[in-house]
Design a protein around this ligand. Structure first.
Ligand SMILES: Cc1cc2nc3c(=O)[nH]c(=O)nc-3n(C[C@H](O)[C@H](O)[C@H](O)COP(=O)(O)O)c2cc1C
Length: 190
């Protein structure tokens, strides 16, 4: 039986995201981020297909992406557009976790998708465990195929599992309600 790790259990029991808009500098150095990405990639992956990859967006890239967004938002409420722009314009570091499914006769694409979500969760947890503030965001633009192909060079079969914003927290958010286990657990006795 593996040895109990009370610190890890306590971290997982209490972990929570820090809203991206409350994050500031400093952000992890490239070496620190490589450590977090190494942990993130240590994720269950049926068939060892590595159906995911990372795009690290540093400040200048984030500002450049922010400028592209209004061109895709002609039909969007201006307030929503401004919120999307701010997600990138005000950020100092975000990692785009890219779901990059591989052709496979054995591993269904949905399992590769789940693995990409697990990578994003692992990166979020690794960043929080290392003492950074972090937040998993998508935003409408992340599902916009022409935008992600033109500005993040995604292939046609790739998509964005999420942007993991990482930085220094200015304030810890209040706890939010958590699921009531009685609504989501079924015990099967026989
Ligand atoms: C795939 C995915 C996309 C998300 N996108 C957004 C988003 O665009 N905007 C937002 O406010 N929250 C978004 N969230 C929710 C945030 O991550 C939120 O802060 C999170 O639910 C906090 O969870 P925690 O307290 O358990 O860490 C997203 C969550 C997931 C899993």
């Amino acid at each position: 039986m593996p040895e109990a790790n009370p610190a890890a259990v306590s971290f997982l029991a209490n972990r929570r995201s820090r809203p991206a808009k409350t994050l500031t500098t400093p952000v992890p150095t490239r070496d620190q981020l490589k450590d977090l990405l190494t942990i993130a990639a240590r994720t269950p992956d049926h068939g060892k297909l590595e159906p995911w990859r990372f795009i690290v967006l540093e400040t200048t890239a984030l500002k450049r992406l922010a400028e592209t967004i209004p061109h895709y938002c002609a039909d969007l409420d201006p307030e929503k557009t401004a919120k999307l722009v701010a997600q990138f314009a005000n950020a100092d570091l975000a990692v785009a976790v890219i779901a990059s499914p591989k052709p496979s006769e054995k591993i269904p694409e949905i399992e590769q998708t789940l693995s990409a979500g697990a990578v994003a969760m692992n990166l979020l947890s690794a960043a929080l465990a290392a003492g950074w503030g972090a937040n998993w965001l998508s935003g409408w633009i992340s599902h916009h195929r022409p935008w992600r192909e033109e500005h993040l060079n995604l292939a046609a079969n790739e998509w964005i599992a999420g942007f993991i914003h990482i930085g220094t927290e200015r304030m810890a958010p209040p706890e939010r309600p958590r699921p009531d286990l009685s609504n989501i657990v079924t015990w099967v006795e026989s």
